[in-house]
Design a protein around this ligand. Structure first.
Ligand SMILES: Cc1cc2nc3c(=O)[nH]c(=O)nc-3n(C[C@H](O)[C@H](O)[C@H](O)COP(=O)(O)OP(=O)(O)OC[C@H]3O[C@@H](n4cnc5c(N)ncnc54)[C@H](O)[C@@H]3O)c2cc1C
Ligand SMILES: *[C@@H]1O[C@H](CO)[C@@H](O)[C@H](O)[C@H]1NC(C)=O
Ligand SMILES: *[C@@H]1O[C@H](CO)[C@@H](O)[C@H](O)[C@H]1NC(C)=O
Ligand SMILES: *[C@@H]1O[C@H](CO)[C@@H](O)[C@H](O)[C@H]1NC(C)=O
Ligand SMILES: *[C@@H]1O[C@H](CO)[C@@H](O)[C@H](O)[C@H]1NC(C)=O
Ligand SMILES: *[C@@H]1O[C@H](CO)[C@@H](O)[C@H](O)[C@H]1NC(C)=O
Length: 430
C-alpha cells in the first residue's frame, strides 16, 4: 500500500478538469467527506484539492491524538450530537481496518475543592450527552488505583476515551476515496472561486498554479484558512467573527510513564482543555499545551515573518474585547509558553512528574473564532447552500475545531445527508 497519492494521471488530462463535486482542503474532515460521498454514490465524479504536497499536513497531523467521548459539550449542540455518533463510527472503522488505537481512558481531576463543582457540572453534561460508563471518583485512593501517579482529590473517570494517530486515519480515508474512483490534486492552493459560463459546470475553481477546475457543487473544508476561503466565496473583506490562529506548544516526557489520559478541570467557556497528559501510541507521553497568538494563519514558528497578519487581528475590536474579558487566561498562557517551569508546575498539580523529565515537544496551530463581545464561538459552524448564484451550490464547513477529528465520520454523514436532501441535479441516481 502506498501512502500518499501522486496525482500523476491528472497531469495528462485536459484543463479545466470537470467534476460533479469538488472538495477544497485535504485535512481529515475534507477527506472524510470526500470518502463519504463516494461510499454513498458510486458514479459521482469527485475531486479533492489540497494546497500542500500531502494530505493532513496541518491540524489533522498536529493534535492531541484523542478520540473524545463527548463529555464537555453543551447538550444539544452540534459538537455533542456529532461526537456521540462519531465515536461509534470511528471505533468501528478502526476495528474494521486494523488501525491501531488504545482505549486508555481519561481522568479529569479536581486538584482542590474549588474545582469540584465544575467537575459535577461536567459529570451532568456527560450524562446528558450519553457518554458511556462515566464514573465520579471521590478519593485519591480510587484515583490512584487507575493511575498511580495522579494527584487530585476528586476525578471523573471515563474509560471510553482512546488514543489514536489521526494522520493514519486520514490516510485510510484517502485510500478508500481513491479506491472509489475519487481524484486527489495536491500542490494546488485555491485562490479564487467564481461563476463559470458553462451552465453544466457553474463553478470555476482557480488555483495558484493557474489550474482550473469546474464543478457542479463545491464543499469547502479549509481548516485554519476557513476565514480566507469564506471571504472568497462570500466576497466580503470582514467577518462578523474574527478567526485567530494560536501557536500551541506541547512538551513530551519519558516514554510509557502514564497509561491514562489525565486532564485538569477546564473552563468550558474557553477553546482549550488546559494542561493535560496524553500517552501517544508511539510510547511517548504528550504534555500540554499552552497557546499564544501565532504569527500567521499557519504560523508554527515565530521566525516566519507575517507580523502583519497578527497586527491586523490585534487591531480588531473582537480581539481586544477577548483579551479584556480573558485577561488572566491570556497572561497564564503567556507564562506557560515562555516559562517551562511554570508549565511544569501546572502539570505537577495533575500528576507526579519531574520537571527534569520534561522536554520540548511538537508545535501545532489551532484556529479559534472570536465573537464581537470577545467570547469564543463554541460550536461547529457550517453554511449549507446559503445565498444566491453559485453560493447556492456550496457547502462551507466554516469552523471545525476539536473534537472534529473524533467526529470526522459523523460530520461526513451530516454533510452528505444535507447535500443529498438539497441538490437539484439528478446526478446521483445513476
Ligand atoms: C492542538 C490541537 C489539538 C487537537 N486535539 C484533538 C484531539 O485530540 N482529538 C480531536 O478529535 N480533535 C483534536 N483537534 C481538532 C482536530 O485536529 C481538527 O478539528 C481537525 O483536524 C480539523 O480537520 P480539518 O480537515 O478541518 O482541518 P485541517 O487538518 O487543518 O485541514 C485543512 C486543509 O485545508 C487545506 N487548505 C486550506 N486552504 C486551502 C486552499 N486555499 N486550497 C487548498 N487547500 C487548502 C490545508 O492545507 C489543510 O490540509 C485538535 C486541534 C488542535 C489544533
Ligand atoms: C464506548 O462508547 C460507545 C458509544 O457511546 C459504545 O458503543 C461502546 O460500547 C463503548 N465502549 C466501551 C468499551 O465502553
Ligand atoms: C502517525 O502516523 C504518521 C503517518 O503514518 C507517521 O508519520 C507519524 O510518525 C505517526 N505519529 C506518531 C506520533 O506515531
Ligand atoms: C487599526 O484600526 C483602525 C480603525 O479600524 C485604523 O485606523 C488603524 O490604522 C489600524 N491600525 C493598524 C496598526 O493597523
Ligand atoms: C467590543 O468592542 C467594541 C469596540 O470597541 C464595542 O463597541 C463593543 O461594545 C464591545 N463589546 C463588548 C460586549 O464589550
Ligand atoms: C441542511 O442544513 C440546513 C441549514 O443548516 C438545515 O436547515 C436543513 O434542515 C439541513 N437539512 C438536512 C436534511 O439535514
Amino acid at each position: 500500500m502506498y501512502i500518499f497519492y501522486i496525482p500523476n494521471l491528472l497531469l495528462f488530462r485536459e484543463w479545466p478538469l470537470l467534476y460533479d463535486i469538488a472538495i477544497i482542503g485535504g485535512g481529515i474532515v475534507g477527506v472524510a467527506i470526500a470518502r463519504g460521498i463516494t461510499e454513498q454514490f458510486k458514479n459521482v465524479q469527485c475531486i479533492l484539492i489540497e494546497k500542500e504536497n500531502k494530505l493532513g499536513k496541518h491540524q489533522s497531523s498536529h493534535n492531541s491524538g484523542i478520540v473524545h467521548s463527548g463529555i464537555y459539550y453543551k447538550p444539544g449542540s452540534l459538537k455533542a450530537q456529532l461526537c456521540s455518533k462519531g465515536l461509534d463510527q470511528i471505533i468501528n472503522y478502526c476495528n474494521e481496518h486494523g488501525i491501531p488505537y488504545k482505549m486508555n481512558g481519561k481522568l479529569i481531576v479536581a486538584k482542590d475543592h474549588t474545582e469540584t463543582n465544575a467537575l459535577s457540572m461536567l459529570y451532568n453534561r456527560a450524562k446528558q450527552n450519553n457518554v458511556q460508563d462515566i464514573e465520579m471518583l471521590y478519593t485519591r485512593q480510587q484515583i490512584r488505583k487507575i493511575e498511580p501517579k495522579c494527584n487530585g482529590i476528586q476525578a471523573l473517570w471515563c474509560p471510553n476515551t482512546s488514543n489514536v494517530n489521526w494522520s493514519f486515519v486520514t490516510e485510510h480515508f484517502a485510500n478508500d476515496f481513491r479506491r472509489n474512483g475519487g481524484d486527489i490534486l495536491l500542490n494546488n492552493e485555491v485562490i479564487d472561486i467564481q461563476p463559470s459560463s458553462d451552465s453544466a459546470y457553474p463553478i470555476r475553481i482557480i488555483s495558484r498554479a493557474s489550474n482550473e477546475i469546474k464543478s457542479k457543487y463545491l464543499i469547502i473544508c479549509g481548516g485554519l484558512r476557513s476565514g480566507e476561503l469564506s471571504n472568497i466565496v462570500d466576497r466580503i473583506s470582514e467577518e462578523k467573527a474574527t478567526y485567530l490562529s494560536l501557536k500551541v506548544d506541547y512538551h513530551l516526557t519519558e516514554t510509557r510513564r502514564f497509561n491514562t489520559n489525565i486532564y485538569g478541570v477546564p473552563n468550558v467557556e474557553l477553546p482549550f482543555l488546559g494542561p493535560h497528559i496524553s500517552p501517544r501510541l508511539d510510547g511517548d507521553v504528550l504534555l500540554g499545551p499552552a497557546a499564544i497568538p501565532a504569527y500567521g494563519m499557519e504560523g508554527y514558528r515565530y521566525s516566519e515573518c507575517g507580523f502583519t497578519y497578527l497586527k491586523n487581528i490585534m487591531n480588531t475590536s473582537n480581539f481586544q474585547n477577548m483579551t479584556r474579558r480573558y485577561f488572566f487566561t491570556c497572561l497564564n498562557q503567556l507564562f506557560s509558553t515562555f516559562s517551562p517551569n511554570y508549565q511544569a508546575q501546572q502539570l505537577q498539580r495533575l500528576a507526579e512528574i519531574n520537571a527534569a523529565d520534561i522536554k520540548p515537544g511538537p508545535t501545532a496551530v489551532q484556529g479559534v473564532l472570536i465573537n464581537k463581545d470577545g467570547t469564543f464561538v463554541d460550536d461547529f459552524v457550517f453554511d449549507f447552500f446559503k445565498g444566491d448564484g453559485i453560493r447556492k451550490r456550496i457547502i462551507n464547513c466554516k469552523f471545525l475545531p476539536s473534537p472534529a477529528a473524533s467526529c470526522s465520520m459523523s460530520i461526513a454523514k451530516f454533510v452528505v445527508d444535507n447535500f443529498t436532501a438539497n441538490i437539484e441535479d439528478n446526478i446521483f441516481n445513476l
